[in-house]
Design a protein around this ligand. Structure first.
Ligand code: 5AD
Ligand code: SF4
Length: 485
């Protein structure tokens, strides 16, 4: 989401004639995109601000001919801490919340006269639908498409509804720029409902997953997430589609069936559990129990047997006992995730947990539980990855491996990183002419080794997504794969 926000802000500034530099020494304006979700993210920004303040003073002393350096804070922290930033950080010239990026050129003009510019107004209809984001990494074959902003869920620990406002819809599509992978982005992507198009009269109500409830009235009418996924996946059959982050409450069978049927919708679902204990889940106001969550996992696995699941967990939430934590451990063992993000709980002002609950798990206990979850995830992910050895997979190449220029790195359908040596390989399964592997290529890879984070493999030949999944090609492909080896 933050990357997408930088892309939007940058697009606005570029249209007003600003140019971008990655050299600190060349910059006359420095803008920092910030996040408020956990205290750690905010501390990082305070530290960076201190460094920048020193830099600004030094520049003013040393180079009188240069225009005064402007420092701006963008995003959720600007929204949450506007007065604190303005009082404490006299060096900050601009404070711009997540709905005000279009106002950046005016705000920068205001700072020219030495004033501080502030716009942290949240808006229900700012979707940035008319801003074409400038992609930060133009070489990457993957892009994000923001389909909504904000969140209506009101989980008791979460700051998002207060910093980003409530939910809005937005669809933007890029396909003819040669992009091979799009991730639909939102705080709650699968509760998406686009009611802006009055020609769509959809009488089908949103069906919540059995055993799940919401604090708000589910939206009705308009285009559902499954309709959007259906449409987006048809734009370009060579483009992989992912989506993040969904809430487990809305996984209708239509979405699951689309994932199974469409070869370009990745078989990967992020299913944030947050805890494996029903009492903790209730305190978190997640709207489901451990049992309902597990039922959903079994239901998904039944419909999409080879699905890759990932999750988020919070360690040491308010009043979490050792036994409650053990339930999270056992849930992780039971589900077996390919990827888990775990976070020590950090109390956020304004949230209902801040008002109603006690943040009484000591820091060392939070940290121990968090590390335990992280280690367990690594053990389980290693087991899952080892099972992939010997399989043949379709990899979308993202570029050179960070570790060695002799290797290329890509991702499989489940979003797991796969490293292959960069050798010449046949143009296709039935071709003898060969060429090097490049960013954006689809390559068939035989997996040879694995650790908990990465798979290593031998590249067999170039292919396309449609060719790889075309069942009619299956026999030829199998012959190719064995002869290539
Ligand atoms: N403390 C710790 N983790 C949090 N998350 C959200 N709010 C908090 C908080 N106050 C985690 C959740 C969410 C992920 C994006 O961040 O696990 O899914
Ligand atoms: Fe961070 Fe939440 Fe804001 Fe995203 S919406 S930047 S996760 S605080």
């Amino acid at each position: 989401m933050n990357v997408n926000d930088v892309e939007i802000s940058w697009s606005v500034l570029k249209n007003s004639g600003y140019t971008r530099t990655s050299e600190l020494g060349q910059a006359d304006v420095i803008l920092m995109m910030t996040c408020s979700i956990r205290d750690g993210a905010e501390q990082k920004i305070w530290r960076k601000l201190n460094i920048l303040k020193q830099y600004k003073k030094k520049r003013q002393r040393n180079s009188e001919n240069l225009p005064p350096l402007k420092i701006g804070i963008l995003g959720c922290m600007a929204e949450r801490l506007k007065s604190k930033i303005l009082e404490q950080e006299k060096m900050v010239d601009l404070v711009c919340g997540p709905d005000a990026y279009k106002d950046l050129p005016r705000m920068l003009a205001v700072t020219e006269s030495g004033q501080t510019a502030v716009n942290v107004l949240l808006s229900l209809d700012e979707t940035y639908a008319d801003v074409m984001p400038v992609r930060l990494n133009e070489n990457s074959p993957s892009a994000f498409v923001s389909i909504m902003r904000g969140c209506d869920n009101m989980c008791s620990y979460c700051i998002v509804p207060f910093t980003r406002g409530r939910e809005r819809n937005e669809v933007r599509m890029l396909s003819d720029q040669g992009i091979k992978e799009v991730t639909l982005l939102g705080q709650n992507v699968n509760s998406y409902r686009d009611t802006s198009d009055s020609t769509i009269h959809n009488s089908i109500d949103t069906k919540l997953t059995p055993g799940f409830k919401t604090v708000y009235k589910p939206k009705t009418g308009g285009r559902r997430f499954s309709d959007l996924l259906d449409k987006v996946s048809q734009i370009d059959p060579e483009m992989r589609i992912r989506f993040t982050s969904p809430h487990p409450k809305d996984f209708p069978d239509e979405v699951l069936d689309l994932i199974k049927e469409r070869s370009n919708i990745c078989n990967q679902i992020h299913l944030p559990a947050q805890s494996g204990n029903s009492e903790v889940l209730q305190r978190m106001r997640r709207g489901y129990t451990r049992e309902a969550y597990l039922d959903l996992v079994y239901h998904i696995r039944h419909r999409i047997p080879d699905v890759y699941l990932s999750s988020d967990f919070i360690a040491g939430f308010c009043e979490e006992t050792e036994l409650e934590h053990e339930d999270t451990v056992s849930l992780m063992k039971e589900v077996k995730y390919h990827v888990v993000y775990s976070f020590p709980y950090s109390m956020r002002q304004k949230t209902s947990a801040y008002h109603r609950l006690k943040d009484n798990v000591p820091d060392d206990v939070k940290s121990r539980r968090h590390l335990q979850l992280r280690d367990l995830f690594r053990q389980e992910a290693l087991k899952l990855n080892l099972k992939e050895i010997g399989s043949t997979q379709l990899i979308l190449i993202e570029g050179e491996s960070k570790r060695s220029p002799l290797d290329m790195a890509g991702r499989n359908d489940g979003n797991v990183k796969v490293i292959v040596p960069n050798t010449n390989i046949p143009e296709s399964c039935a071709d003898i002419s060969t060429r090097k592997i490049q960013r954006g290529d689809y390559v068939v890879v035989k997996i040879r080794s694995a650790n908990s984070q990465v798979l290593h493999g031998i590249p067999l030949y170039h292919t396309s997504l449609t060719e790889f999944y075309n069942k009619d090609n299956l026999i030829t492909e199998q012959l190719c794969q064995s002869s290539a080896l």
